[in-house]
Design a binder for this molecule. Structure first.
Ligand code: LLP
Length: 662
């Protein structure tokens, strides 16, 4: 007869035990979210509500990173066969998630993609293991003696790799060291820290591996440390570097779950459940939907055209200029060097980041009165005359190798320079665009800093800015802070440094439902550093972020064809205008602008006219019935589109046009 307040974190498990003891007919858990989702909606706003789950699946989702229920609360309910209804207190009209012993088991399918961070792997190597009785028993006994719980296991004849969860792992570094020491008696031990485990969860996962086959191509870009297919056939887990975890979930979700229609099991997306009429949706509607008529009119006299929306570029520039911890924004004009776009940038007062004499000529040709100090010039593996060209113009010059100082000291004598460092870890949407780390040709490695210091003083130049750009297409808001910390440390060696240039790389959502870079979180991540070092100016030099979403490539359908199971839609331009899909496997949303209102219900592959199999702009896309003459729109092509175009096959790429605001 006592009233007891159940603490946070334990109420669902307690409720499950009460329900079991009372032989309840059902248990309802009222919480603050609409139910369980196919992914963490903070990572994937397009995550779908899971309307029904089998106990086993709910248990698996809860244990592999789902946050709604504690994994321990499912057991008592499963044993007593009591259905659990997860419902949403502020939205009682929503169906929520039913967890029960579902009799009807529809087609097996992946129900969720979950993510666990802070995973440590222990890799145990040794030939002694081969045909050796008791090796596993010995090493597992060591884990047990040290009170460490093992999660995933993968074995071969000469290696056993296990994962330990950050939370259930050793209590301290000393405990971890003791564990490693004890294991070393049996084998060579390697520790791989800072990993993330990404799990595809669903019953009978083995039975539908073939369906997720194409989605697994995303692993091409990620180093996989461990792959484990659970013995209970409920999950397939891949362990990758922690920094890749979010992105992997975002990449896998659309192809594994995103496109499936609503049914008894899958419900609406988090995004649509949270969008109310008086609230703007999380995802900004694309400008080109509103300007459809204007775009079709442009195409009435053309076969292909890149069209850019001035208003979008202005909005993106304003959003970066509004950041409180960034002092200067330069446009990396390699992303788009269209003169009218450069004019918008000039008018808005941003600087320019140039990488070649050609880019310098373009900006100074357009804006002869441009203050050269608004230009940062970063040649890479360039000849001496490129540096001379920069100093002659009076722009700020960045050095990204020690070679020029050693080989051409006279060019740098008495000059102020920026130095581009390699922060050691590359990031970005594809290996070709990760511009740091040992495999990248860019930047002075940190271990060369003492040498740089000596060379700078012997040559007689001053380092006034330190710079790093670790890659392109990054959506993790904390990445730049990590780079900034490295630059701050390096700046201690050079008393004249007043600028830290954190590079570009700000990512934009690629696929519908991808999360955008959280600019506020980005800004906040830099505020402590900014307070600590008020005298240092923080600069950014984005390309993609400012222009990617402003651009669309429009092209007319030439021919269509059905070949085996594949339906092709042919366009009058292809990789000669847009090479990103062929070069990086990049995804661009593709719609039939002429038939925009029709349901997209046919899977087609969109190709160009170039004599290469790689001339594919999008494979397996849903489109309405498409005819020759229709106008197809390829979205998000304002960055690295026209600038990377070619005349391959002697086919001229699409021309460019800027659409001014209404
Ligand atoms: N700063 C430096 C030193 C860079 O190398 C780059 C891009 C940027 C700034 C601008 O990066 P953004 O903000 O645009 O991510 N063609 C590839 C992108 C290559 C980026 C090369 N460097 C693509 O289409 O994804």
């Amino acid at each position: 007869n006592e009233t007891v307040l159940l603490g946070r974190g334990g109420s669902d498990t307690s409720a499950a035990y009460f329900a079991a003891m009372l032989s309840a007919q059902r248990l309802e858990i009222w919480t603050d979210v609409p139910g369980m989702f196919s992914a963490d909606p903070r990572i994937v706003p397009a995550a779908r509500l899971l309307k029904q789950l089998h106990y086993d699946e709910a248990q698996e989702i809860a244990s592999t990173g789902g946050l709604v229920l504690h994994p321990r609360c499912i057991g008592p309910l499963r044993n007593a066969q009591i259905p659990l209804f997860v419902r949403c207190t502020p939205r009682p009209e929503l169906p929520g998630t039913l967890i029960a012993n579902l009799k009807t088991d529809p087609e097996p399918s992946v129900k969720a993609i979950s993510l666990r961070q802070n995973i440590t792997l222990i890799s145990m190597d040794g030939v002694v293991m081969w045909q050796e009785v008791g090796f596993l028993a010995n090493v597992f006994a060591v884990f047990s003696d040290h009170g460490v719980s093992i999660d995933l296991v993968s074995t071969s004849e000469s290696n056993v790799t296990v994962s330990i969860d950050g939370e259930a792992g050793p209590d301290s570094e000393d405990d971890l060291r003791a564990l490693i020491e004890a294991l070393s008696e049996y084998c060579r031990v390697k520790l791989i820290r800072n990993c993330a485990a990404v799990s595809l969860v669903g019953r009978k996962i083995r039975a539908h591996l073939h369906k997720i086959g194409p989605s697994l191509s995303v692993f091409e870009e990620h180093q996989v440390h461990l792959l484990s297919q659970a013995a209970n056939d409920l999950n397939l887990t891949v362990v990758v570097d922690e920094a890749q975890g979010y992105r992997l979930v975002q990449q896998l979700h659309p192809s594994v779950i995103g496109k499936r229609a609503n049914d008894d099991m899958l419900g609406d997306s988090w995004e649509s459940l949270n969008a109310s009429p008086d609230q703007t949706s999380v995802v900004e509607p694309s400008w080109w939907r509103d300007r459809r008529d204007a775009l079709l009119k442009i195409m009435s006299t053309r076969s292909n055209c890149y069209v850019y929306d001035a208003a979008t570029i202005k909005a993106r520039m304003a959003s970066l200029q509004g950041l409180s911890n960034i002092d200067n924004v330069l446009f990396a004009m390699k992303a788009n060097s269209n003169p009218e776009i450069l004019n918008l940038v000039y008018e808005a007062g941003l600087g320019f980041e140039c990488v070649s004499p050609g880019e310098l000529e373009r900006v100074f040709g357009l804006f002869p009165d441009l203050d050269p100090k608004r230009v940062l010039y970063t040649p890479n593996f360039a000849p001496a005359e490129d540096y001379v060209a920069g100093f002659t113009r009076g722009v700020r010059v960045t050095l990204d190798n020690l070679f020029p100082l050693r080989a051409w000291p006279e060019v740098f004598k008495g000059q102020d320079v920026f130095v581009r460092l390699d922060p050691g870890k590359g990031r970005g949407h594809h290996e070709h665009v990760r511009t740091a780390g040992v495999h990248s040709k860019f930047g002075v490695p940190l271990f060369e800093l003492p040498l740089l210091e000596t060379l700078v003083s012997s040559v007689g130049c001053r380092v006034v800015g330190i710079h790093a750009h670790s890659g392109s297409g990054i959506t993790e808001p904390g990445s730049w802070r990590q780079v900034a910390e490295i630059l701050v440390d390096a700046s201690a060696r050079f008393p004249d440094v007043s600028v830290l240039d954190l590079g570009g790389g700000l990512g934009v959502p690629e696929k519908p439902g991808d999360a955008s870079l959280d600019l506020q979180a980005f800004d906040e991540s830099l505020s402590a550093l900014k307070t600590r070092y008020p005298a240092l100016s923080l600069w950014l030099e984005p390309g993609r972020f400012l222009v990617a979403e402003s651009g669309v490539l429009l092209s007319r359908v030439t021919q269509t064809k059905g070949k085996g199971a594949v339906q092709y839609v042919g366009l009058s331009t292809g990789m000669n205008s847009l090479i990103r899909p062929a070069l990086y496997g990049a995804y661009h949303e593709i719609v039939n602008l002429t038939q925009l209102d029709q349901p997209a219900d046919q899977a087609v592959t969109i190709v160009g006219p170039i004599c290469e199999t790689g001339d594919t702009l999008g494979a397996d896309r849903l489109m309405p019935s498409t005819s020759s003459g229709d106008v197809i729109l390829i979205a998000n092509t304002g960055a690295y589109g026209y600038v990377m175009a070619s005349h391959y096959n002697l086919r001229a790429p699409a021309e460019e046009l800027l659409l001014q605001s209404d």
